[in-house]
Design a binder for this molecule. Structure first.
Ligand code: HEM
Ligand code: HEM
Length: 173
């Protein structure tokens, strides 16, 4: 029998997996502005900033516990995750701010003109390229979670191998 606490945990995992998948797909598309076109690129980038905020807020308990214990006793894995998450936060803040500064579609809607400075453009491109590596590492560090949640919630409807083997064994008997 599943308790209320277990059900809450299942709900949280499914919800996090859904948000993670949405930001992963959004991130992949935002790396291809020439494919999506600049209008979609800019609105997608701004929406992603909101989605990242949600992603962080959904882990506020982890964030609170790790921040308050960072200079005390803390597992090495949590410490590494914390530092990497901080780097992620700085990098995505840079991408979003420089993106807005060089905007060709969103800013003109507000009656403003985006900067043509090569410095902001270069920082935008470099931080976007850097983000591929940091996000890759971020996902790699949560790989076990990604695999088990995906298996359970996305492919849970597939028949299990173990059950098939048992069924075959039963049919032989
Ligand atoms: C494409 C971008 C990203 C993807 C695909 C991604 C994916 C994930 C995954 C799979 C997890 C573990 C499962 C979970 O609990 O949800 C996670 C946890 C987490 N992510 Fe992200 N994430 C991204 C960007 C970010 C950014 C920009 C931040 C900003 C700080 C961030 C902060 C966190 C935090 C605080 C956690 C929970 C703590 C931890 O275990 O590290 N993530 N993320
Ligand atoms: C996750 C967020 C984002 C990522 C990963 C991202 C990534 C990229 C990449 C890879 C390029 C191509 C750079 C090149 O070809 O040299 C680019 C260009 C551009 N991005 Fe973003 N971007 C993001 C958010 C934004 C936002 C929020 C805006 C504005 C509101 C924006 C505005 C632009 C503009 C105007 C260009 C063209 C720059 C140029 O003319 O060289 N981006 N972005």
């Amino acid at each position: 029998m599943t308790t209320l606490k277990t059900r809450k945990k299942i709900g949280e995992t499914a919800r996090n997996l859904f948000v993670d998948l949405v930001i992963a797909v959004g991130f992949l598309f935002s790396l291809q502005p020439h494919f999506t076109g600049m209008t979609i690129h800019e609105w997608l980038g701004i929406s992603l900033a909101g989605a990242f905020l949600l992603h962080i807020l959904l882990h506020w308990r982890w964030l609170y516990a790790t921040t308050s214990r960072f200079f005390k006793k803390l597992a090495r894995q949590s410490r590494v995750n914390f530092i990497l998450n901080l780097v992620l936060l700085i990098d995505f803040t840079l991408i979003t701010l420089t993106g807005i500064l060089i905007s060709e579609e969103v800013l003109p809607l507000l009656g403003l003109t985006g900067s043509h400075s090569m410095i902001w453009k270069s920082i935008h491109t470099i931080s976007a390229e850097l983000s591929i590596w940091i996000v890759g590492l971020h996902i790699a560090l949560h790989w076990k979670w990604v695999l088990s949640a995906t298996k359970k919630y996305l492919f849970g409807w597939l028949p299990r191998r173990k059950k098939q083997v048992t069924a075959q064994a039963n049919s032989i008997i």
